[in-house]
Design a protein around this ligand. Sequence first.
Ligand code: SF4
Ligand code: SF4
Length: 323
Amino acid sequence: MVPISFGREMGNELVVYGWDNLSTNDGPGVRFALYLKGCSLNCPWCLNPYLQKVEPEIRWKSETCVCDDLCIDSCKYGALQRENEHIVIDYNNCNFCGSCWNSCTTNSLKPVGEYISIDRIVSIVIQETVPQVPPRKVTIGGGEPLLQGEATINLIHRFKEEGIEVYLTTCAGITDRDVWARAIDLVDGVLLHILTVDESEWRELGGMSYESFLRNVYHLKVSSKPVCIRMPVIPGYTDSIQKVRSLLGFVKENIPLVLEMDLRVYTPNSRFSSPMFKLKEKTLTTEQILELCEAIKKLGIEKVHWRGSARKITEYHKMNGKD
Ligand code: SF4
Ligand code: SF4
C-alpha cells in the first residue's frame, strides 16, 4: 500500500482543483485563474464541498452509478467497498492509481484534485496565456490557497520571477501569520472574500478564528495592496442593506484601496448547492439585487458587479423577453 503523500516533495507541488485560462471573474482584466484545493471556511451553503479538503479525493455520483461494482473489482488495494448502496472510499489505502474511474463505464467516479509541480503549473500558465497587453495575469484562488502555505508562497515567487502579475483570492482566515504576511507582501493585489464582519456570525458561519481575520486584515491595510471585495449574498443571512452597510463600514476603515465590489448571489438550484442547506428566505429578485448594488454605490464604492447563477437566469429571461 502506498499512501498518497508518500514521497511527495513538500513545498514544490500543490494540490490543484482546476483552472480557467480565460477568467474574467477573478480580478482585473482577463486572467489565468488557478483553483487550489482546501478551504478554511465552513459555510453551510458551500457550493462545492469537494474544495474543502486539501487532499485529492474521488467523487462518486450516485445518480449515474449502475451498481455493477466493476470499480470495486478493479481496485487491487481494497480501498473501495459498497455500503448501503453507496461506494465508500478508504483513503488510507487508496494510492490514486486510477483503476476504478477508468473501469467505470458510466463516469460515476472521477478524481478531484491532483498534485502538480510548481514548474509544471508555471509552464501551463505560460503556454495557455497570450496576453494582448503584458504582463500575464494570474489569480491564485480556491478554496483558501494559503492553506497550502509554503508551496503557495513558492509558486507566487516563481510567477513573479517570470514577470507575471499575481492576485490572491482569500478569506483572510488562516492562522499562520508568517505565511499570510509573506504572501500579501509578494502579490500585486487581493480578492478578499468577506462573509460577515459580525464576530458571532463569523464564528457560527465561518468556523474560523475572528482574531486571525482581524490581524490579517490589519496587515493588508498596512501593505496598501489593491483589493477587490467579494461578498456572498445569501438570502436570510447576508442580504440586508444593514449587513452590507456594516460590512462596508469595516471595509472603509480597514482597506485603503478598494478597486471594486463583487456580489456573489446564492441560488439554491446551482449544480453544487448543498442539499443540507435550506435558505431561510427566497432567492433575491433581480430588482432587489440591483437595489443592493445601488446602495453600495451610494456608500462610496463605484464599481459594483453581481454574479452567480441568478444572473445567468436573469440574462436568459432578458434574451427571451421575459424580464
Ligand atoms: S484510485 Fe481507485 S482503484 Fe486505485 S487505489 Fe484508489 S480506490 Fe483503488
Ligand atoms: S464502476 Fe461505476 S457504475 Fe459500476 S459500481 Fe462503480 S461507480 Fe457504479
